[in-house]
Design a protein around this ligand. Sequence first.
Ligand SMILES: *Cc1c(COP(=O)(O)O)cnc(C)c1O
Length: 351
Amino acid sequence: MIDLISDTVTLPSAAMLGSILNAPLGDAGRLDGRGRGEDPTTNALEDLAAELMGKEAALFFPTGTLANTCAVLTHCPAGSRVLVEERQHILVSEKICFRADGFRMEAATYRLQEDGSLDAEAIRQILQTQPIALVCLENTHNYSGGKCILPDSMKAVQALCRERGIPVHLDGARIFNAAEALGLAPKEIAACCDSVMFCVSKGLGAPIGSLLCGTAAWIEKARAWRRLLGGTMRQSGVAAACGIYALQHNIPGLAEDRRHAQQLSGLLRDLKRIRVDPAPHSNILLLDLSAAGIYGKRFCAMLQERGVRGSVVSPEEVRLVFHAGITAEDVPAAAKAVREIDGLCAAGLSQ
Ligand SMILES: *Cc1c(COP(=O)(O)O)cnc(C)c1O
């Protein structure tokens, strides 16, 4: 199976698993004299994450969802109005911050531009007319097909927020993919926000874990939220060792994931009905089925019969995600499968 369902399917390598055996462990839920947990490996990962993001401190979480939730709650109280992109993961997938039976944040929304930039003028108008307590960005932006937000437009939004004393949180689940694609250091992107979350469990290939980074004082408040929400772990160095290995070894491989997405796009330029993102920014390729007479669910079933797994992001959109488990030979094979289905759609697929 050519598994393009997500970059979360990456499996830890033997070398990565081997790094666990020599990792010093302790109880990360017990604090030492300096307010850090007692697991040295987790602390080492947090220090590495803070350094890579150019922030004072970092905190290790079991999931990105929990890290984002703690970030939002650390920035503003439950029930606040939070400005998010209308298809942002935290809003449409995670939901807990915004649900009436959750943390009751009110969502105000903006829309990412087609080219991946932020419309600073539209955001200025929202900030002027609504009591926004926090602005959330996502880079790369998952459901738009892995678009990279251009740093200049992030800076423009940051300036608007600074004038008004509004914090900016970045969901940087795939910030390393963004940095690679934009030719920047991750800290140059992270400099555009007050806090940033990133995942080691996606394209970086670790089995578990996400990091939240910010000022030291802010991270201490986030640590309290992590405890309240049950995210405090014990010998989390078992997972953190893999995270350290991922950051030390797996960042260069992200360039290949992007090239594979772009190669597949190139191979599918002349399809009859299915529209393929002609210029994917990163490791995600979006297929638009709206002119193909097929829904994403059926398309994915047909794709799977042909040995390829993709995922539905909206009724007429399918996402193919590239990662370290995908080889150069998989790309033309995946193209063949998509092309076959496109041919069937053009021949008037019976529904
Ligand atoms: C995967 C992801 C997260 C976090 O997901 P978890 O599965 O909870 O680790 C957050 N934001 C985006 C954009 C993601 O793709």
